[in-house]
Design a protein around this ligand. Structure first.
Ligand SMILES: O=C(O)CCC(=O)C(=O)O
Ligand SMILES: [Fe+2]
Length: 316
């Protein structure tokens, strides 16, 4: 396998069950074989994607003094600004040459779940850039709805009720993450210098990229293959939580980012499920011997984040 499949998900919106099943079959093959695929006909309009990239650019262009007060280190909820070289997605490798900004599921400070200190229920940090918050929350919701739709395809493929994931996706943990990788100018000697090899933690990631190359995905032969920008497409991949939930039927696959020739932007949307959802392989594959005990979604995510971010002392 040298290239990633490109899947049109338009059929998932069809009234005709056969059209939905046809898309589900393609998703199922991709999720079993490589855990990565491009999605086209996703229904998110080009203008809102462009606005999200413009907003990312405007944010990262702010002086460090404006970004640092929004530091993720000040958030117990995985939100805010990650400064250059402050993260190692592969702890065995070097620091990632990137900066990032995380927006989580948006809750007001007086929401009962926030007041009660429920895991991952918190307020976002916002830069003072006009229009930014509205645009980014609109884009967040569009990604969430696409993530829900793709989960319907997964349910069909896995032989579950089509709405199996719906009750788990009513108010899920989700993170919209803007990323900026500076031009390496030939300076980096690490193939994974922009983002170390890692798998994602949740159920599903939807990634919008710009034209600059950098993302690589490991195929089953252990070779790194390029995942180039496909205009209008999202790069989608399975995360560890869904791999576990599906008893390893779907695979989460290592990927990394090479130091780009030119400055590169990407925007990832990491979708988990509701914080209190029980992730139990027996619910998806009751006939199989489960490889994993049941876990609570928020416990699993907190465990994975705490392993990645040394500064995270606050358990969620
Ligand atoms: O920027 C990219 O292309 C991929 C980023 C990524 O894999 C991540 O942040 O988890
Ligand atoms: Fe990733």
């Amino acid at each position: 396998m040298k290239t990633l499949p490109i899947i049109s998900v338009a059929g998932l919106r069809s009234q005709n069950p056969e059209e939905r099943a046809q898309v589900a079959r393609q998703l199922g093959i991709a999720c079993r074989e490589v855990g990565f695929f491009y999605v086209i006909d996703h229904g998110i309009d080009a203008e809102s994607i462009r606005a999200a990239f413009d907003n990312a650019q405007r944010f990262f262009a702010l002086p460090l003094a404006d970004k640092q007060p929004l530091s993720i280190k000040l958030s117990p909820h995985n939100r805010g600004y990650v400064a250059m070289a402050d993260e190692k997605l592969n702890p065995a490798s070097g620091a990632d040459m990137k900066e990032a900004f995380n927006i989580g599921t948006d809750f007001p400070a007086d929401h009962p779940d926030v007041v009660a200190g429920k895991p991952f229920r918190g307020v976002n940090f916002w830069p003072e850039v006009p229009g930014w918050r509205e645009d980014m929350l609109g884009y967040f919701d569009a990604c969430l709805n696409l993530g829900r739709l793709i989960h319907r395809g997964f349910s069909i493929d896995l032989g579950l009720a089509e709405d199996f994931f719906d009750p788990h996706l009513t108010a899920p943990i989700a993170t919209l993450r803007m990323l900026r990788y500076p031009a390496s100018a030939g300076q980096s000697d690490r193939e994974d210098g922009a983002a170390g090899a890692h798998t994602d933690y949740g159920n599903l990631t939807l990634l919008a990229t710009d034209k600059v190359a950098g993302l690589q995905v490991a195929n089953r032969q252990g070779e790194w293959i390029e995942a180039p920008h496909v205009p209008g497409a999202f790069v989608c991949n399975i995360g560890d939580c869904l791999m576990r939930w599906s008893n390893d039927t779907y695979v989460s696959t290592p990927h990394r980012v090479r130091p780009p020739e030119q400055e590169r932007y990407s925007i990832a949307f990491f979708l988990e499920v509701n914080p209190d959802s029980i992730v139990d392989p027996r619910d998806i594959l009751p006939a199989e011997q489960p490889k994993y005990p049941p876990i609570i979604c928020s416990d699993y995510l907190a465990y994975r984040l705490n392993a990645t971010y040394e500064y995270r002392t606050q358990k969620q």
